[in-house]
Write a protein that binds this ligand. Sequence first.
Ligand code: FES
Length: 251
Amino acid sequence: MSDFKPKILAFLCNWCSYAGADLAGVSRIQYPPSIRVVRTMCSGRVDPLFVIQALQDGFDGVFIGGCHIGDCHYQDGNLYTLHRMDMVAHLLDISGIGRDRVHLRWASAAEAQPFADHVTEITDVITKLGPFDKTTHELPLAALARALATRRLRWLVGIDRHISEEENVYLEKTDPEHFKKVLQEAVSAEYHKGLIQELITRGPVTVREMSEKTGLPVHTISLRLNDLERSGVAELDSCEERTPKFVASAA
Ligand code: FES
């Protein structure tokens, strides 16, 4: 394990972190050669699905670098990043992968040393976690990708700032704590549905088998399976010795 050198995918904002990385190079500041860089115009361009894709592609961790709050060249792109990555962290926790695989940091174009420090710190954390086994986590990753692609989560995480920071037409503001609770419930529900969807697309499966494969209680499976049946995504396939098996509905 001591020889392990993590491979970290770094999404760096063109205007700050990428320039900070460049300056660190020009200034010959040392940091671990663990990152592979993708330059984006803003940290807000980093779709949560990119993070999951990086883990599915075999990276051990992901680093998103953006401008400091208040310095985003597109005004509030990094505020969206902050909220989105909060949701990703919560999803990584409930999937068993853990939020420590993904890190969000701010560094300006002039902050070569802080940039190098961020890379060193993140590399240390991921080295301690060890290699990411994408095969073991294949099912949770597929379910995370499904959850993060749902209209429900994309919409909720897109409006959360506005709903809790601005008044609606009735001059009301939503309590941020209440909204956070709603979002977390939606995140769990969509992830659980993602797990079930993955299993039923792989062949007929009983509720108990789904429970064993996902580690979710039978009543949670039944509840979410009901949702999927109601939305036409899952259907009854057959009954073996009075035990129903479910599959994905034909499109
Ligand atoms: Fe750098 Fe938006 S431009 S985070």
